[in-house]
Design a protein around this ligand. Structure first.
Ligand code: ZN
Length: 234
């Protein structure tokens, strides 16, 4: 089973990856039914989204076994435990809001969650898809300190609490922009790549990954790549 791909752009490894599981030696392998649910979600939601934007979309968390979900403070009934939910993050100049809006307006889903963040952009997007029951096309927003935290924003629906768990902490670093003029944020790690934004000197940024002299970064406004020559890492 370990060699099965979830879909064209999702490897099995990406589908089950979890730092918490690795660290705590928690088994995180879907059974056949859960794997089938993951494949269906990938086919109906992830791949159409991937095709539309034609850019990589990061899988933050897909399948989580009950033991793993409990370990990160969630319940055993989360749709992640059934292989029916995935947490995704945009890359290469696409924003999470764009992912969220495209799913909301074009695709069938069970629950779509704007996960925290600001009014302009969520920290990440949670989306679920059910194969067994009708999909509810329910849109929710996670509000820090909200009561309940998950609030239904589909018009005409009452507010109710939903099962979700905090995202696992990723190892990102903090940096500060150090330039005389402005620092270009590019779509890809190359001087020839399209500029998607500019950052001022001393702007604080989050460094997600590194590639050949470039940092993949994130600010409240942009995600993309900057030359590492102009960033001081804290
Ligand atoms: Zn989620």
């Amino acid at each position: 089973m370990a060699t099965t791909k979830i879909s064209k752009h999702i490897s099995y490894k990406e589908g089950v990856r979890s730092d918490t599981a690795t660290r705590n030696r928690i088994r995180n392998e879907p059974d056949e039914k859960q794997l089938a649910a993951m494949k269906e979600l990938a086919k109906k939601v992830f791949e159409p989204l991937r095709t539309h934007f034609n850019e990589p979309i990061r899988i933050n968390s897909f399948f989580r076994s009950v033991a793993l979900n409990k370990r990160i403070g969630g319940s055993g009934t989360s749709q992640h435990c059934k292989g029916e939910a995935v947490d995704i993050d945009a890359t290469n100049g696409i924003t999470n809001k764009q992912l969220f809006d495209y799913i909301k307006d074009n695709l069938e889903f069970d629950q779509l969650i704007w996960e925290f963040g600001t009014t302009k952009n969520p920290d990440w997007v949670h989306v679920s898809y059910k194969t067994s029951k009708p999909n509810r096309n329910m849109v929710l927003k996670a509000v820090k300190g909200g009561n309940p935290v998950y609030q239904v924003i589909t018009p005409g629906k009452v507010i109710e609490e939903e099962e979700e768990t905090p995202r696992e902490k990723k190892k990102s670093r903090k940096g500060v922009v150090a330039v005389k003029t402005k620092l270009n944020v590019r779509k890809k790690p190359s001087k020839e790549a399209k500029v998607v934004g500019q950052l001022k000197n001393s702007k604080k940024i989050k460094i997600i990954s590194e590639n050949n002299g470039w940092y993949q970064i994130k600010t409240s406004k942009y995600s993309g790549w900057v030359s590492n020559k102009y960033v001081k890492v804290k």
